[in-house]
Design a protein around this ligand. Structure first.
Ligand SMILES: *Cc1c(COP(=O)(O)O)cnc(C)c1O
Length: 494
């Protein structure tokens, strides 16, 4: 299967090349030129196998330059560090509401689903491409990516990884997870700005000739662990296939039924994976896009105008505090029938004016498949509170955003199809906000000590990787301005 760029369809490359490269040279994102299809029989047979086997089979459809054994081996490794054999447990809340918990991996957020896999795909891709150089992985993080990428690449041969995080844009626990990261090939640095500043800074490093020259001297090339890498999107498609299998196995849906999915998203990565799952044949009805107060995607889906010129809010669901949703570009490419010039034009307008409006035809296609809503801070807290006290289910703020948006979608439309809410983080990762929402006082500025407090209050056990966080050694204390991000890269090279 060949891959191409959303901004230049004359480019053709293998999956291994697309994964090694991350981003296309002209700034476009890499996408498959064709999509496979899962038949009803394929889905039936996927229902019968384990999560790692599902992952190997689904990824195999897109990675024909990888062998079955190779992918099975990667899946077994990647999902061996999860704390439950089902990998993505499906919590049944009532007859038609389900919660897919994607945070049972080593860093307690859904990013592990892809970032435990990406390093294996990437290093294998380098070998396949005959690449002699080593990979220097750069990640901009809104909190969870950085830690998951660091943990995924830690001590992986022929790689180095550097994660940038917005100084005031991550929770104390997220920060502590990163600055205590172990491993000999890792670096972590704060940026004095928000997530978009960090992400824009990383994109700039990719086109910086001085950096390129220095990397080359040291035998490295630059690649990305952000959700723009195809090797990140692909493992995310798997859990939507799996959610369907799990629903069917639970007897919660007839063979010809469909499920809606409600996804808390910011960069549009997670919900794009759901869109692709639907495209390859998973019976998904509505794709419900849930945002926090940074509701740029809600407005876009409703109006067809993407406009990032608006107030940026720091919320209690910081991993969705994003005004430039990078992965949306892949959706536009798909829904425009692969119109690279059109997509390139939109992205130019976005870079120049901060906004663009898609054609009526594309807007109609989006509205046909997507629904959107957003949830402000108060409603997020209220939802955490009522889910705990009414249903006895402890959820984090990102997941709460999705529950709230699903509830309002159902009230508005009466659509009571089975719905899967995607749960993207352990509530323990955002202890302070969760405790506050449950009515605890004096916790707003707390750190890792709140883990014990939440555990005492709820008797829900904290995940093992968070339980001993406070005792770990802090290894990284640096902070740079957005236009000084080359510094830490050069430092790690010398
Ligand atoms: C990254 C993240 C999201 C948003 O994911 P997208 O890639 O923007 O779709 C939501 N919740 C949590 C906890 C995250 O870490």
């Amino acid at each position: 299967m060949q891959y191409t760029s959303t901004r230049d369809k004359s480019l053709h490359m293998t999956a291994a090349q697309a994964i090694a490269q991350g981003l296309s040279p002209e700034g476009g994102l890499l996408v498959p030129e064709n999509f496979p299809h899962l038949s009803a029989e394929d889905l039936e047979s996927l229902k019968r196998v384990s999560y790692p086997e599902r992952a190997a089979r689904v990824m195999g459809l897109f990675l024909d330059d990888f062998s079955e054994e190779e992918l099975k081996d990667f899946s077994d490794q990647a999902y061996s560090r999860f704390d439950t054999p089902t990998v993505t447990p499906l919590r049944i809340l009532n007859g038609d509401t389900f919660c897919l918990e994607l945070w049972h991996g080593p860093t307690c957020a859904f990013k592990d689903m892809a970032l435990q896999m990406l390093p294996l795909l990437l290093t294998a891709s380098l070998l396949k491409n005959g690449e002699e150089r080593k990979a220097f992985v750069l990640a901009a993080t809104s909190g969870d990516t950085g830690k998951a990428a660091l943990e995924g690449f830690r001590d992986v041969d022929r790689t180095k990884i550097l994660a940038f995080y917005p100084r005031n844009g991550v929770s104390k626990i997220q920060k502590l997870q990163m600055v205590t990261q172990e491993g000999n090939n890792v670096g972590v640095c704060a940026v004095d700005g928000n997530f978009d500043d960090a992400q824009t800074g990383v994109k700039r490093l990719f086109t910086d000739p001085e950096i390129a020259a220095r990397l080359d001297e040291e035998g490295f090339f630059l690649t990305s662990a952000n959700s723009i890498n195809w090797g990140r999107v692909l493992p995310q498609i798997v859990y939507y296939v799996s959610a369907y299998c799990q629903l069917r196995k639970a007897g919660a849906m007839p063979p010809d039924g469909h499920m809606n999915v409600c996804v808390p998203t910011g960069n549009f990565g997670n919900i794009l994976a759901a869109y692709y799952a639907k495209k390859i044949g998973v019976p998904i009805g509505k794709l419900i896009c849930a945002s926090n107060s940074n509701n740029v995607l809600t407005d876009f889906i409703k109006t067809g105008t993407y406009d990032r010129n608006r107030t940026f809010y720091q919320t209690i669901s910081p991993s969705m505090d994003i005004l430039v949703s990078s992965n949306l570009e892949r959706l536009l490419f798909d829904l425009s029938g692969g119109d690279d010039a059109l997509v390139a034009g939109y992205m130019d307008q976005l870079a120049r004016d901060g906004k663009y409006t898609v054609t009526d035809e594309i807007a109609a296609r989006i509205q046909d498949q997507f629904e959107a809503g957003f949830c402000d801070e108060n409603m997020t807290r209220l939802t955490i509170n009522s889910m705990w006290w009414d249903v006895n289910y402890l959820i984090d703020p990102h997941t709460a955003v999705a529950f709230q948006v699903l509830g309002r979608y159902r009230d508005r439309t009466g659509d009571d199809s089975p719905a899967v809410v995607v749960s993207t983080a352990s509530p323990y990762k955002f202890c302070g906000s969760v405790l506050e929402a449950l009515g605890a006082s004096g916790v707003a500025n707390g750190g890792a000590e709140l883990i014990g407090k939440l555990q005492d209050l709820t008797k829900v056990p904290a995940p093992a990787p968070l339980a001993d966080l406070a005792d770990r050694e802090v290894r990284f204390t640096g902070c740079v301005e957005p236009d000084e991000m080359a510094g830490p890269v050069l430092e790690m090279l010398s």
